[in-house]
Design a protein around this ligand. Sequence first.
Ligand code: SAH
Length: 449
Amino acid sequence: MNKEQVKVKCIGMDEEGKGIVKVKGKEFHVPNLIDGETAVVEISQKRNFVNAKVIRIEEKSKYRVAPKCQYFDKCGGCQLQHLSYEGQAEFKQNSVERLMKQYHKVNKILGMQEPYFYRNKVHSTVAYDGKGKIISGIYEENTHHVISIKECIIQDKRADEIVASILGIMKTYKMKPYDEDTGQGFLRHILVKTGFTSNQIMVVLVVSSQMFPGKNNFIKELLKKHPEITTIVMNINNRQTSAVLGNVEKVLYGKGYIEDTLCGCVFQISPKSFYQINPIQTEVLYNKAIDMAKLKGNEVVIDAYCGIGTISLIVSSKVKNVIGVELNKDAVKDAIKNAKRNKIKNVCFYNDDAGDFMVGLANKKQTVDTVFMDPPRSGSDEKFLSSLVRLAPKQVIYISCNPVTQERDLRYLTKHGYTVNEIQPVDMFPQTKHVESIILMTYCGSREG
Ligand code: SAH
């Protein structure tokens, strides 16, 4: 292995939140280094693998703070904890501006007042540590090695306490964690979803087989310790896979779902369906997106990639009708129930690939006024975008958690008749590198076909 220590000045930051430095004309990306800082870094090379790490910071950035979390170095979940919240906001503002300023001026990011303990979904993997003790936490980056995490400063505190109790009860009942290599053992993961306004709590136990020895006592004990839990679901995942959830589910206690309120509508959330993980900022996001649309009341609206129908239902009182489309079957079922639960009649949900669905609408020459689209990190696809252009709604509001794919899709849409009118970053994931952004586009071309 080749190792060398050099003094460098950080000249920028990459999308991962790493500091960029240049050594002998070559660029390196260094974790825990902030733009403008001077530091001694160690560059090591083993075969083709190059690693750069900070040895000491010589000139600190005004944004540097001590990370609040003891697992910051190992976990990898929060890439920006060494930056003050002001510094994080600037980092996110810059990452959106770098990509988007070619289209329009970027509004100032909408940040969170209390940027901690916001996650309403907690996922913990259960395993043995090297000494035969049951632990739970997350996989160390790029490995199958579980790091024990007892508290997390971005997760709902109640979830950490429940996970700790489950580990204790496992010991009492001699329940074994699942071992990925041998396929032996029972409990694989614990998922806790909490309703921010409802205070309902769902615990999902992901297990390797239907046979749950001592089930009733296990549940009794868990509920005795945590009467705040409103439902417990067993999810059976007996495959050797990195996917967390399996297909078979059994409700062990309560209704099998929780509810939560967002922007005045109540939503049912089941173990598998997507639900925004930061409820406080989700309201900020949705309110801004809906505001941008300046709806008059007579519009036909599409909510593409609609999840459990959140945007559809929240916008429904402001428009003529809404069509929601979503690929995940469970989410669509929830969406339909949610419409009924809120007594909303002017929305319709379809379980389909958003691209295929849009092709169908374009072929029927359906009139659409406004499209809200909120695709996953991979962004949209050509099928969807080309049909969107054929439908030519007057306005498109594109919400994205990945500005890179959003920019790629924007390039297509701006080449095909759309102009960007507003860009609004929102901080949905404080302490992490992730940034959400909403883009308002209006149609200026002439309809095709
Ligand atoms: N708008 C919702 C969900 C956004 S997340 C909300 O704010 O809660 C993105 C959603 O897109 C997920 O629910 C995912 O299941 C769905 N999805 C992913 N690929 C899709 C596709 N090809 N067609 C339709 N929906 C898709």
